[in-house]
Design a protein around this ligand. Structure first.
Ligand SMILES: [Zn+2]
Length: 77
């Protein structure tokens, strides 16, 4: 369980894809985000994940905007 500090310098694909799918990549502090960006530059697989998630998020946002406010439709307590 003694990870060398060097391993923290480079994020692995698991970490990166998890950050992306959790939507945490936008909330990362500067250095962390820079490391993630660097990984994306070097790693095509994660770049694809990032693109797909970006597309999904945009689509979801649009859907959310177009959906009428049906929260009021349910019975109120
Ligand atoms: Zn990767």
């Amino acid at each position: 369980m003694d990870e060398p500090k060097a391993s923290k310098a480079l994020l692995d694909c698991k970490t990166v894809s998890r950050l992306i799918s959790d939507g945490q990549d936008t909330r990362l502090p500067g250095p962390e985000r820079a490391r993630m960006r660097l990984h994306l530059v070097l790693c095509e697989a994660c770049r694809n994940v990032n693109e797909q998630m970006g597309f999904l998020r945009r689509a979801m946002r649009q859907l959310g905007r177009e959906t009428p406010e049906d929260e009021d439709a349910g019975p109120k307590r």
